[in-house]
Design a protein around this ligand. Structure first.
Ligand SMILES: Nc1ncnc2c1ncn2[C@@H]1O[C@H](COP(=O)(O)OP(=O)(O)OP(=O)(O)O)[C@@H](O)[C@H]1O
Ligand SMILES: [Mg+2]
Length: 250
């Protein structure tokens, strides 16, 4: 029996002549929190996109819950339990925080032909719960376009959490935040409560250390190390490729 929630086997992606990822194999077990680190351009976002369905691998297989995702479109992957956040925040700026989170909740249930009033009530209740979880209940009626950056990030997380994913893909959740402490506390608590598998892409090493139990290191498209944070942070290849250098801020 396959015990992995997510499995990548020899996944490569070429953009013209550029090999963005080369023969990458990695796994996330149910409920496991896995970090993915590497310098700018290492192929991290490309990998996330191949898992969420935005990009198709040039070769190799992505397996989720024992099922190959080959040819499975992004919205079906979402329905199967894969949710993600984006490196650049994506939400409806003219809609309120609550509406944005409700849309995400409805997206999950609206695989039924039409949204009944009952579905809408459920989505409303679930959205409020997600706002509570992220400590942003007070911002429910504020248009997303008017939010401070940190609250927008928490709103984006609420949109992902409300779908109760089996796997959450987080692409640089703390990038651009000036005060990460409170944000990380809320995120850590929410992840504990949700108990889903996580693949976290992040440049910020303390965040990786705090939120993940296993780490993969990519450099120019290839995996160069894996292990616990303590293990990979001692690996000379990793130090040379990444930890010794300061990552460029986004
Ligand atoms: N749509 C695309 N078309 C062409 N090349 C691309 C495309 N997306 C990514 N690349 C290239 O693939 C490589 C990996 O990019 P990717 O965005 O996956 O890196 P990353 O590890 O997420 O970097 P960062 O830390 O800067 O976010 C880079 O060389 C990038 O220029
Ligand atoms: Mg990226």
């Amino acid at each position: 029996m396959n015990v992995n929630l997510l499995e990548l086997d020899d996944v490569s992606k070429h953009f013209g002549g550029v090999a963005a990822t080369q023969n990458v194999s990695l796994a996330v077990r149910p409920g496991q929190r896995v970090g993915l680190i590497g310098p700018n351009g290492a192929g991290k976002s490309t990998l996330v996109n191949m898992i969420s369905g935005g990009l198709r691998p040039s070769s190799g297989t992505v397996t989720f819950d024992g099922q190959s995702l080959r040819g499975v479109p992004a919205h079906r992957r979402f329905a199967l339990g894969i949710s993600r956040t984006f490196q650049n925040l994506e939400m409806f700026l003219s809609m309120t925080v609550l509406e944005n989170v409700m849309v995400a909740a409805e997206g999950k249930t609206s695989l039924a032909p039409s949204l009944t009033p009952r579905h809408q009530r459920t989505a409303h209740a679930q959205a409020l719960e997600a706002l509570e979880l992220m400590s942003i209940r007070d911002y429910a009626d504020v248009p997303a376009g008017e939010l401070p950056y940190g609250i927008r990030k928490l709103t984006e997380l609420a949109r992902a959490f409300v779908t109760q994913p089996k796997l959450l893909l987080l692409d640089e959740p703390v990038a651009g935040l000036s005060d990460t402490e409170e944000f990380l506390e809320v995120l850590g608590r929410a992840l504990d409560e949700l108990g889903c598998g996580v693949l976290l892409v992040e440049h910020d090493m303390p965040t990786v250390q705090r939120l993940t139990e296993y780490v993969y290191v990519l450099e120019t498209g290839k995996l160069i190390a894996e292990g616990t944070y303590a293990e990979v942070s001692k690996d000379p290849h990793v130090i040379e490729a990444y930890l010794g250098k300061e990552a460029e801020p986004h």
